[in-house]
Design a protein around this ligand. Structure first.
Ligand SMILES: Cc1cc2nc3c(=O)[nH]c(=O)nc-3n(C[C@H](O)[C@H](O)[C@H](O)COP(=O)(O)OP(=O)(O)OC[C@H]3O[C@@H](n4cnc5c(N)ncnc54)[C@H](O)[C@@H]3O)c2cc1C
Ligand code: FES
Length: 316
């Protein structure tokens, strides 16, 4: 397959690993550096776009480094590339650095933890359509569940650069404190607002946290926390936009909140993906046909992964 077959501004490239740092029990941040044509392609990657990584040739980490509950699945053969979005993209002197926030939960991501600086990985990307920047909005609400934080960190950075007058707040939820995929300890900044997560605070974005068990922040689902927060504010719906990423059940709930409050909402969806660029048809998302009762299937990898909540028909 030649790079022309992927269409404009994307291709299959080799990336050099420059970092792979463990930031939590199962969370890591992988840094990839691209040169030449790949650097130019990834420099334009927008928040919400993703890449397909070939992790099949990497050896597993030593067995003592694999959590007991993952030892059985770790041996499974990897036939397909795996999709990951970016939590940061930066370019300097003809090189582009891309960072991926990931969770080790199966055979491919466990192998990913064994990558070290200087190794090379085959990457196809950047793929899909990312978040669309707000036109005429004053308030941006970034709502993530678990690993969904990655592309929203990238979005927070892009917003700071492209829409400096827009105010943004991040809401992040997980089952418990140790499942929040952030590097630094959280600082409580006020009873009113909540916390300062370094990943967002460095772009001037404060954070509100929720955990199911109440080990940090609001006790309960991030969607309930967000709903309650919205209820206490007198926001003009036309001034605000929601961007969200997380498990599908959470995204379905976000769609309902957005519909009730009449706030625009874009979500990044996940599907199991084989090719990642519209050929295998394995990543269907059921959608409404505008202005009619009919439905159609769109492709998460090509039409998405970012969708407007008004078009998606959720199964969860
Ligand atoms: C557009 C997109 C962006 C993504 N971005 C990130 C990211 O930034 N960081 C990150 O950690 N992960 C991300 N993922 C998910 C990531 O691709 C999977 O975690 C990875 O493929 C798991 O591979 P594995 O072999 O380690 O585990 P597997 O054995 O393949 O999966 C382990 C478990 O996770 C479930 N699972 C795997 N992939 C998906 C998926 N795509 N959707 C729903 N459930 C899945 C499986 O059903 C299984 O239960 C993204 C997925 C998509 C589609
Ligand atoms: S993953 Fe092949 S068409 Fe979407």
């Amino acid at each position: 397959m030649t790079n022309e077959s992927f269409g404009p501004n994307k291709g299959m490239f080799d990336a050099a690993v420059f970092a792979n740092k463990q930031i939590g029990q199962r969370f890591y941040r992988l840094g990839l550096e691209f040169s030449a044509d790949a650097a130019a392609a990834f420099a334009k990657a927008s928040p919400g776009q993703f890449a397909e990584l070939d992790l099949s040739g990497i050896a597993l980490p030593p067995v003592e480094g694999i959590a007991e509950d993952l030892r059985d699945v770790s041996e499974r053969k990897i036939l397909l590339r795996r999709p990951f979005s970016f939590c940061d993209v930066s370019s300097h002197r003809g090189k582009t650095k891309v960072e991926i926030l990931y969770c080790a939960l199966g055979p491919a991501t466990l192998r990913m933890t064994a990558l070290s600086a200087g190794k090379s990985v085959s990457v196809i990307g950047p793929l899909g359509n990312g978040f669309r920047m707000p036109a005429g909005k004053k308030m941006v609400l970034l709502v993530s569940g678990g690993m969904g934080a990655g592309p929203l960190i990238h979005l927070a950075k892009t917003l700071t650069a492209d829409c400096p007058d827009v105010e943004a707040i991040a809401f992040a939820g997980a089952k418990t404190k140790t499942e929040l995929p952030f590097e630094k300890p959280t600082d409580e900044i006020s009873q009113q607002l909540g916390f300062s997560l370094h990943e967002f605070a460095r772009f001037g974005v404060e954070s509100v946290l929720a955990t199911d068990d109440g080990s940090i922040g609001y006790q309960g689902l991030i969607t309930d926390c967000f709903s309650k927060w919205l209820g206490q504010r007198s926001l003009l719906a036309r001034d605000a936009i929601i961007y969200s990423c997380g498990p599908e059940k959470m995204l379905a709930r976000m769609a309902k909140i957005a519909e009730d409050k009449k706030i625009d909402c874009q979500i990044s969806m996940e599907r199991m993906m084989a090719c990642g660029f519209g050929v295998c048809q394995s990543c269907a998302v059921k959608c409404k046909v505008n202005g009619s009762g009919e439905t159609l299937y769109k492709l998460c990898c090509k039409d998405g992964p970012v969708f407007d909540t008004r078009e998606v028909i959720f199964s969860a």
